[in-house]
Design a protein around this ligand. Structure first.
Ligand code: HEC
Ligand code: HEC
Length: 289
């Protein structure tokens, strides 16, 4: 804006206060009527009523602060939209310290981000750092021990990986997040159907028999994602139903609820909250044996 009214207004106000204050101080010290005077009245025997000018060192002090203000306003932002001769800004200050931090640590951080996992896992200090990153970002959902919680947040310490347990899969999970979608089947299966299929699913870890009443519907509706034998499909995040690990609980009521109402677990993405080094450390920490 060529003419910034409020910036101009602030500048005028600031300058006139500085000038006004200067004039005021000068007039007090060098104006008329500043000589010491003695009214001649004496109180309590020895208290003489009169007026003395303020001591001169006050004047020099005030003058020095005025000069300081003027120099400050010339160097730093303070006078309306005038940026000051030093061009100092808060943002610039922050950028400066970020740049200093980068130049000090970025090489080391890049080295960690590219290091082989077993080298990181062998370094107790780095694993302690990883644990702190975990505690700050992940523990609220996955539990302080990373063993999952509340039948909602998966255990990250078992060998069962819904989205794949290869380090690259885990890295993708952390960076991009995951959205699991299983629609509810209650409407299609009906209550009895849900019970039968749930019972069949609960038999899967123990080798379900082919005469089970839930098998036909399982094979019709569920195999596309969970597989004939219930082994799951990591690309879709469809968990294995053939083991004893159940994210949402393995009792009849929980399995029936999963089937009839569906489930939609969301793992939030951390790709723009954590940097490469932090993600690498987490992957190393989670895949430690
Ligand atoms: C479109 C793919 C898809 C189909 C079809 C599907 N599921 Fe799923 N199922 C999933 C996904 C993905 C999850 C994980 C949901 C989550 O993590 O929030 C899941 C979760 C479950 C769970 C919970 C597992 C646990 O660990 O707690 C059960 C039980 C289940 N499915 C059973 C079935 C049954 C029975 C059928 C057929 C009626 C079926 N699913 C059909 C994708 C599917
Ligand atoms: C807001 C809660 C929340 C936070 C915070 C969170 N997660 Fe998750 N995470 C989930 C949920 C829910 C799932 C399961 C998604 C599903 O149903 O498939 C999940 C799934 C995962 C999986 C996939 C597990 C598997 O079996 O494939 C990994 C790995 C994971 N999280 C790691 C992390 C890490 C590392 C952090 C911290 C940087 C983290 N999560 C922070 C909620 C969270």
């Amino acid at each position: 804006m060529p003419f910034d009214f409020w910036a101009g207004w602030v500048a005028v106000l600031t300058l006139s206060s500085v000038l006004g204050l200067g004039w005021f101080v000068f007039s007090i010290y060098f104006g008329s009527g500043q000589e010491a005077e003695d009214s001649g009245t004496v109180w309590d025997g020895n208290l003489r009523e009169g007026a003395h000018p303020a001591p001169m060192w006050w004047f020099w002090l005030i003058l020095a602060t005025l000069v300081f203000s003027v120099i400050y306003l010339m160097l730093y932002p303070g006078l309306g939209s005038f940026a000051g001769a030093m061009r100092w800004t808060q943002a610039g200050d922050v950028q400066g310290s970020v740049a200093a931090w980068e130049s000090r640590f970025s090489a080391k951080r890049a080295e960690i981000a590219a290091a082989p996992l077993d080298a990181l896992q062998a370094d107790a200090k780095l694993m302690a750092a990883a644990e702190r990153i975990y505690a700050r970002n992940c523990a609220a959902c996955h539990g302080t021990e990373a063993t999952g919680q509340a039948n909602l947040f998966p255990n990250l310490k078992d060998d069962e990986w819904q989205w794949g347990g290869h380090p690259a899969d885990i890295e993708t999970t952390i960076r991009a997040g995951r959205n699991a979608v299983m629609v509810g089947w209650g409407g299609i299966l009906g209550d009895a159907g849900v019970r039968d299929v749930a019972d069949y699913v609960r038999q899967l870890p123990h080798g379900a028999t082919s005469d089970h009443p839930g098998m036909a519907q399982y094979n019709q509706f569920c195999v596309a994602c969970h597989g004939i034998d219930g082994s799951g499909q990591t690309l879709l995040g469809a968990p294995s139903l053939a083991d004893d690990v159940h994210l949402y609980g393995g009792d009849a009521a929980a399995v029936e609820h999963s089937i009839s109402a569906g489930r939609a677990g969301v793992m939030p993405p951390f790709g723009n909250r954590l940097d490469d080094m932090q993600i690498r450390l987490l992957v190393a920490w989670l895949t430690r044996s």
